[in-house]
Design a protein around this ligand. Structure first.
Ligand SMILES: Nc1ncnc2c1ncn2[C@@H]1O[C@H](COP(=O)(O)OP(=O)(O)OP(=O)(O)O)[C@@H](O)[C@H]1O
Ligand SMILES: O=C(O)C1=C[C@@H](O)[C@@H](O)[C@H](O)C1
Ligand SMILES: [Mg+2]
Length: 200
């Protein structure tokens, strides 16, 4: 990782997307440590700026207000350097957010089965899962969102795997992605998707 005092990483900016409970916050934090990058969790940033928990924002201001905050936060985090960004579960679903994120750099989508998501979220306070039958809601929301999450750059499964293994796979896949970007750029074709290799 370290050479001549420089940190070699596949990327200096990456976002994590995916359904609720797939591990974006936890894996994003661990990935940021592994790559020596700053860490921003968009849900936590909104909570801090608004001064309310996400359930309070949904209940008092409405989901539309929360989505507007997300949009504003995407605008800001795509301007950051040296950062791992963990998105909220719905952030990548909004078309304009998705476009801005994909233009900025690779978006790693984490996946898990509805059963895993249910187990990981059942004692938490995600407002969209405060329903009578959360597992059915998870299944139908996931079905609906799946084609959109598929538009991410790299896809990694998180079911039944320790976080270290997931982080390791993400880093390997990011190197492969960066190498492919580099090869295409060298052929003079140029591609969207942010920086190719990052050393600093
Ligand atoms: N690979 C894993 N194995 C076991 N537990 C995990 C794994 N990844 C995440 N978790 C746990 O699952 C729960 C949900 O994870 P996390 O909060 O990171 O999900 P998220 O994708 O950020 O969800 P949201 O979209 O709601 O923010 C947490 O308690 C976390 O510690
Ligand atoms: O999937 C979603 O729409 C959400 C996921 C969470 O990260 C929070 O952003 C919020 O609970 C909404
Ligand atoms: Mg999260």
């Amino acid at each position: 990782m370290f050479s001549s005092g420089l940190i070699e990483r596949p990327v200096s900016w990456v976002a994590l997307a995916g359904f609720m409970g797939t591990g974006k916050s936890r894996i994003g934090w661990e990935l940021s440590r592994a790559l020596a990058l700053h860490f921003v969790d968009t849900d936590k940033l909104i909570t801090r700026v608004v001064g309310k928990t996400i359930p309070e924002v949904f209940a008092q201001e409405g989901e539309g207000y929360f989505r507007a905050c997300e949009h504003e936060v995407v605008h800001r985090v795509t301007r950051l350097e040296h950062a791992v960004i963990s998105l909220g579960g719905g952030t990548f679903i909004q078309e304009d957010n998705r476009r801005q994120l994909l233009e900025r750099g690779p978006v790693v989508v984490l996946w898990a089965t509805p059963e895993t998501v249910y187990q990981r979220t059942k004692h938490s306070d995600r407002p969209l899962l405060r329903v009578e039958d959360p597992l059915s809601t998870i299944r139908s929301m996931m079905n609906e969102r799946e084609p959109v999450y598929r538009q991410g750059t790299i896809h990694v499964h998180s079911d039944g795997r320790p976080s270290e293994e997931i982080v390791e796979e993400i880093i390997e896949r990011l190197w492969a992605w960066a190498d492919a970007q580099h090869a295409w750029a060298a052929q003079g074709e140029g591609t969207a998707g942010g920086d190719h290799r990052a050393a600093d």
